[in-house]
Design a protein around this ligand. Structure first.
Ligand code: C5P
Length: 292
């Protein structure tokens, strides 16, 4: 049931505290179809939420305040959490002061969707605090104004994404394998990686067929952005080759990188101690509940 807005205001003026997890994603496959007139690329990709999380705490407060555990993360409108907050307020005309704290665990510029996930988590939290004034579809539309990957995080965990990534089609849960995310100390800008794309390197795959095969249990992994990222930063190719050499069977760049997801029995002792890594599996959420 939806409360009328005056009742809602009384409801939201009560003190609240919402502590939510904000998951990372990988792209099991990512096919680039073509470059569009608006500069974006039309793609078809199977996105999957994984068990690596930032944490975001939303708390009632006497004014707006935003803090983060990492000092290199911007605290202004550049941060997608602030963008989401402003957009939600503009769209709903519902505004209540709150303190937001972001505990960052998902590496930045890694192709793991951390910023997009934070934006989606914020939209979901604000909507929950506002007694679900916006429908799921309205929330997804708001998300697509923030970034191409934001709508995916409003899905239930697995989605076939098209357009510039913002058109999501939920798919049945995919059998989870345990695997590692491993990221060298290289940061990549998504925009730059896309600018290195060359049509000659696009795979000749049929993404609809690949989706069907994966849902039937086959293992299919590819990423048309990988070669572009390797041209932009050749050290990444060497890093991938090293991960294969130490025993991983499948190694693929996630999105525009620079994190790789690695399946198989790689010998992690052969990695430098300061290389970031995390063991993860696929995750899902239930309808009307957030990821946990
Ligand atoms: O949508 P988002 O802000 O995440 O995209 C960042 C940049 O990545 C865009 O400015 C664009 O250069 C590139 N991009 C693209 N095609 C897509 C998604 C992103 O070219 N489908």
């Amino acid at each position: 049931m939806r409360f009328p807005v005056p009742l809602l205001v009384i409801y939201i003026l009560r003190s609240f505290l919402l502590h939510l997890k904000s998951p990372a994603k990988i792209n099991l496959f990512l096919k680039i179809l073509h470059k569009r007139r608006d500069g974006y690329h039309e793609l078809a990709s199977l996105f999957q939420a994984v068990s690596l999380f930032d944490e975001i705490i939303f708390k009632s407060h006497d004014r707006d305040e935003f803090t983060c555990s990492h000092n290199e993360i911007p605290l202004n409108e550049e941060n997608l959490i602030i963008k989401a907050l402003e957009l939600f307020r503009k769209k709903t005309k519902i505004s209540f002061p709150l303190k937001i704290h972001l505990e960052k665990n998902i590496p930045h510029q890694a192709g793991l969707g951390g910023g997009s996930s934070n934006a989606a988590t914020t939209l979901w939290a604000l909507n929950a605090l506002a007694n679900f004034q916006l429908t799921e579809e309205e929330l997804i539309n708001l998300g697509s104004e923030i970034g191409s990957d934001v709508p995916f995080f409003l899905s239930h965990g697995s989605a076939f994404c098209t357009g510039r990534g913002e058109k999501i089609k939920e798919v049945n849960p995919i059998k989870s394998e345990e695997f590692y995310l491993i990221k060298p100390d290289i940061k990549l800008s998504t925009k730059e990686v896309y600018s290195y794309l060359s049509i000659d390197n696009f795979s000749q795959r049929n993404p609809e067929m690949d989706l069907k095969d994966i849902l039937e249990g086959k293992s299919i992994y590819y990423n048309d952005l990988e070669d572009a990222a390797f041209s932009y930063e050749p050290k990444l190719r060497e890093f991938k080759q090293y991960l294969i050499k130490i025993g991983f069977k499948t190694v693929l760049l996630s999105g525009s990188g620079s994190a790789f997801f690695c399946i198989g029995n790689g010998d992690l002792n052969q990695l430098d101690k300061d290389i970031w890594k995390s063991k993860v599996n696929f995750i899902y959420r239930n309808k009307n509940k957030w990821f946990n």
